[in-house]
Design a protein around this ligand. Structure first.
Ligand SMILES: NC(=O)C1=CN([C@@H]2O[C@H](COP(=O)(O)OP(=O)(O)OC[C@H]3O[C@@H](n4cnc5c(N)ncnc54)[C@H](O)[C@@H]3O)[C@@H](O)[C@H]2O)[C@H](O)CC1
Ligand SMILES: [K+]
Length: 453
């Protein structure tokens, strides 16, 4: 299982930095490691291209000065342009250690094939002033390869908002831990490839980027129930639950059963259709309700009488009405922004904060979908999905995801892990299915995504 990379907010990053300093590491040592890592990653990524480094007034700029020195030491032609004088002692030290000239960033500044931007990082307080941003964008256009130091300048580290026009970088080199901006929309799409450099601080966190899951092994002596029975409750629109059921089957559920008042055609024969919904069948590994439910809230009410683990999606979320109805339900809910708002109302804060508040309030694992999907657990764990293909935004992909999560839950994965694994596989299957995919192709691409693990 690839190591799940931790994420820290700016405040927790500073606390981790302070802990390292209390432990005897100086700020300058941290900055030296950050700048050296930035130089190393940029050099590996771009090669010995003539370089221009833009340095801001704070420690982000400090990292820039250190990287200039390390690149020059490798024989790279390096120029530095500064926004203004360095403010912090560490940044002043880094600037004093740079033997070369420091130009003033102006309309006359010439760009270079490799542009490293170290203007602002986690200390960004507002969007870049227009003149500065115009200069940045011009230099950016004239460069071939663009690298961001820690966070793309102009992106708000904790929320992922772009406070000014943030260009699209090729590489972002960050230190100690990922930042939410690397995995939240829209900033995440401006970062390019994100390299996380270890600079000797303890970046451990209960927030992680969701990594490729480790699958429950299949017992040779297993049978269809031990591999997990998914029981899906059909509603008004059978097509959606059929998609979800197919996805559950392709995700390795031992047995998928759909209770429906009338036969659903187009379902593979491996998926059993029954007209009674005994939701308290002890053999049920996971109930699935919501896809295609339509205006039959009593089906949701029936599902809530079951003690089985359950995945509640789409209209099922809307009909809940009160999040407290999920207390003690062993539930995973998979809302997109609209369903989230309808159920939880206007919870303020960043998307991570909202997701965690919702998980805490409902007692459920919350898969907060979007171009940046988060998986929040009531115990405070938070998973950030790696960037998923934009073509996932098409009808039915939500139904597929709910079926995948139900299957992994039925196979015995705990709720938070099953939801995280489902989100990861969903993105991976979409990559394999390609840009022309429709939801049915996505379901069919699941086995290849699993085989890839
Ligand atoms: N945390 C760590 O473990 C390490 C962090 N490093 C680097 O330090 C920066 C954060 O540095 P900081 O000095 O706190 O802030 P910035 O450099 O991001 O911002 C500089 C400074 O600029 C002012 N400012 C903010 N926004 C604007 C604006 N729009 N226009 C003008 N001026 C602005 C504000 O006063 C800020 O204080 C982090 O990103 C890392 O790169 C360490 O070097 C390595 C360890
Ligand atoms: K930056």
């Amino acid at each position: 299982m690839s190591r799940a990379r931790p994420l820290l907010t700016a405040e927790r990053m500073r606390a981790a930095e302070q802990a390292a300093i209390d432990g005897g590491t100086s700020v300058e040592q941290l900055m030296e490691r950050a700048g050296a890592a930035l130089a190393e990653a940029a050099f590996r990524f771009a090669g010995p291209l003539p370089t221009l480094i833009l340095c801001g007034p704070g420690n982000n700029g400090g990292d820039g000065y250190v990287s200039a020195r390390h690149l020059a030491a490798r024989g790279v032609q390096v120029r530095v342009a500064a926004l203004e004088d360095s403010q912090s002692n560490a940044a002043k030290w880094a600037r004093s250690e740079w033997a070369g000239d420091v130009e003033a960033l102006s309309d006359e500044t010439k760009s270079a094939p490799l542009l490293i931007v170290a203007l602002f990082g986690t200390g960004l307080k507002r969007g870049l002033d227009t003149t500065i941003n115009q200069r940045l964008l011009r230099l950016f256009d004239e460069a071939m390869i663009r690298v961001a130091c820690d966070v793309p300048s102009g992106a708000a580290s904790d929320s992922g908002a772009c406070l000014s026009d943030v260009p699209q970088f090729d590489l972002t080199v960050t230190f100690g831990a990922l930042k939410p901006a690397h995995r939240l929309y829209p900033a995440m799409h401006r970062c390019g490839r994100v390299v996380l450099a270890d600079i000797g601080i303890d970046g451990s966190s209960d927030w992680h980027e969701i990594a490729a899951p480790r699958f429950p092994v299949l017992e040779p002596g297993g049978h269809k129930y031990s591999r997990g029975l998914v029981h899906a409750l059909a509603g008004k629109m059978p097509g959606a639950i059929a998609l979800a059921a197919k996805a559950a089957a392709h995700s390795g559920a031992g047995y998928v059963r759909v209770s429906t008042s009338r036969p659903i055609d187009g379902l593979p024969s491996a998926i059993v259709q029954i007209d009674t919904a005994e939701v308290n069948d002890e053999r049920i590994g996971c109930l699935l309700v919501g896809p295609g439910l339509g205006d039959i809230p009593q089906v949701l009410t029936l599902a809530l009488t079951s003690h089985a683990p359950k995945v509640i999606d789409a209209d099922g979320i809307t009909y809940l009405g009160d999040p407290e109805r999920l207390k003690g339900q062993d539930a995973i809910i998979t809302p997109h922004e609209g369903e989230f708002k309808r159920l939880f109302g206007d919870i303020g804060g960043t998307k991570p904060e909202r997701a965690l508040k919702a998980a805490h309030r409902s007692g459920a694992v919350v898969v907060f979908k979007g171009p940046d999907t988060l998986v929040a657990s009531p115990d405070g764990r938070l998973g950030f999905a790696p960037p998923a293909p934009a073509w996932l935004a098409t009808a039915g992909t939500g139904d597929v995801l709910s079926g995948m999560i139900a299957a992994l839950r039925a196979r015995g994965m705990p709720a938070f892990e099953a939801a995280s694994a489902g989100v990861w596989l969903h993105g991976r299957a979409a990559e394999l299915a390609g840009p022309g995919m429709i939801a049915d192709d996505l379901a069919e691409a699941i086995p290849a995504a699993i085989a890839d693990l």
